[in-house]
Ligand binder design. Structure first.
Ligand code: GLN
Length: 429
């Protein structure tokens, strides 16, 4: 495979990139000559990887994440590392230690998060495709806010080896692009078995999108059009679903009663997992060197207080509290019961319908600093977290505008039916 260097000089008005690199592409392979941006929580050998956190400033991974190796094999040119909410914790990309990313559709608004840099880079045409990660909507939300396509694959379909973990049981790496075809092509490169990830499944994705959805049955959950969902956004999405009906699909109303507890179950689970995952950033194994003359407790506290941002510290404290003795049963165990109920609700609905459709986000992109109250930011994740709790595939595809800003149509499918959600999105597009 002869190498070819793609000179990549993005006009990054949006602070989408934390690092730009000119990695050679190859002249053959599925992604030959194509620029792909990689979210900065995915390890890249020899290229600084920070998770947009001061604690990892200067960290250069000694190995590639499995997906990055696959990109290289497919001939892609890795264009750089994209901005994000620190460790993936956020819905706006404002929680980056290196400044927020701006939405290319309106620079007074956020691009969504946490994969906001990846979405902005694609939306602004700086790269053709990007990798994001989705723990609780972080691919679909920025895709919806920036008017691009983003897929959260079925849990286990894409290897997480080399992804710096935030909440392992919820997250997946996934493709982002301007079109469903591009997302499908990138998915075909990154999906498949990897022995380094114990949750990896042997389900490669080798699919060419098909636009035929005649006879398809779509479930429309009442909760996706209820309280908290902006009526204008709901109207745009309803119109999009009407278009799917014109293309030959039928719709039935359904309900996900467990959604009442989904957000709480998500935030308890992700903070618990984060508090454990982030313990390794201690100034000894990772992070700025701790003062060894101090006691371990003092040194640990000093490094972590200085180098973690407010949201990360908040979540570590919440998770540590929820896992502490005496409270574990009250919070963590209960969250797992609620999670099981979400899974069961989806299973019940999918015994009758092929896919479920609704809005990706309850509103259009927020204005910068609009969500400075953490609770109001958490509430914005209500429509995306159910798919992570259940581990099912979900895609966001642009379906129109409200107040001049893009709106995303979300299609969710059965486990390992990523092909079907891609086909529905492709038919719509
Ligand atoms: N908004 C969610 C959170 O803050 C999104 C996380 C994600 O998908 N990385 O946890």
């Amino acid at each position: 495979m002869p190498a070819q260097t793609i000179i990549f000089e993005p006009d990054d008005k949006y602070n989408a990139f934390l690092k730009v690199c000119n990695k050679p592409s190859h002249t053959n392979g599925k992604l030959a000559g194509i620029t792909v941006a990689v979210k900065d929580n995915i390890s890249t050998q020899g290229i600084e990887t920070t998770c947009a956190s001061k604690i990892l400033k200067g960290y250069v991974p000694p190995y590639d994440a499995h997906v990055v190796g696959l990109l290289k094999q497919a001939g892609a040119a890795i264009a750089g590392k994209t901005n994000m909410d620190e460790f993936g914790m956020g819905t706006t990309t404002e929680n980056s230690a290196f400044g927020p990313t701006l939405n290319p559709c309106d620079t007074g608004r956020v691009p969504g998060g946490s994969s906001g840099g990846s979405a902005a880079a694609v939306a602004a045409g700086m790269v053709r495709m990007a990798l994001g990660t989705d723990t609780g909507g972080s691919i679909r939300c920025p895709a919806a806010f920036c008017g691009i396509v983003g897929l959260k694959p079925t849990y286990g379909r894409v290897s997480r080896y080399g992804l710096i973990a935030y909440a392992n049981s919820l997250e997946q790496i996934g493709p982002m692009g301007k079109t469903v075809s591009d997302v499908s092509t990138l998915m075909s490169v990154i999906a498949g078995y990897d022995r380094h990830d114990s949750t990896s499944q042997n389900k490669p994705y080798d699919h060419i999108p098909r636009a035929d959805i005649k006879g398809l049955k779509i479930g429309i959950p009442a909760e996706y059009f209820g309280k908290g969902v902006d009526p204008q956004v709901a109207a745009v999405v309803k119109k999009a679903i009407g278009r799917l009906e014109e293309l030959g699909a039928s719709t039935v109303l359904c309900s996900i009663p467990s959604m009442e507890y989904a957000l709480a179950a998500y935030y308890v689970t992700c903070t618990c997992e984060a508090s454990s995952n982030l313990a390794r950033f201690d100034g000894v194994r990772y992070g700025p060197a701790a003062d060894t003359k101090k006691s371990w407790h003092d040194a640990y506290q000093e490094v972590r207080s200085a180098a973690f941002g407010t949201e990360v510290r908040r979540r570590i404290m919440l998770g540590t509290f929820a896992l502490s003795s005496g409270y574990y049963g009250k919070y963590y165990t209960k969250a797992q019961v609620a999670r099981e109920n979400v899974r069961n609700d989806f299973q019940r609905i999918f015994s009758d319908v092929d896919v479920i459709a609704g809005p990706t986000m309850p509103t259009i992109a927020f204005r910068l600093k609009e969500k400075s109250d953490p609770l109001s930011m958490y509430l914005a994740d209500i429509l995306t977290v159910p798919a992570n709790l259940a581990g099912i595939p979900a895609i966001s595809v642009p379906c129109g505008k409200s107040e001049g800003m893009p709106v995303g149509l979300q299609i969710m499918g059965r486990h390992f039916e990523d092909e079907r959600v891609i086909d529905v999105a492709y038919a719509y597009e």
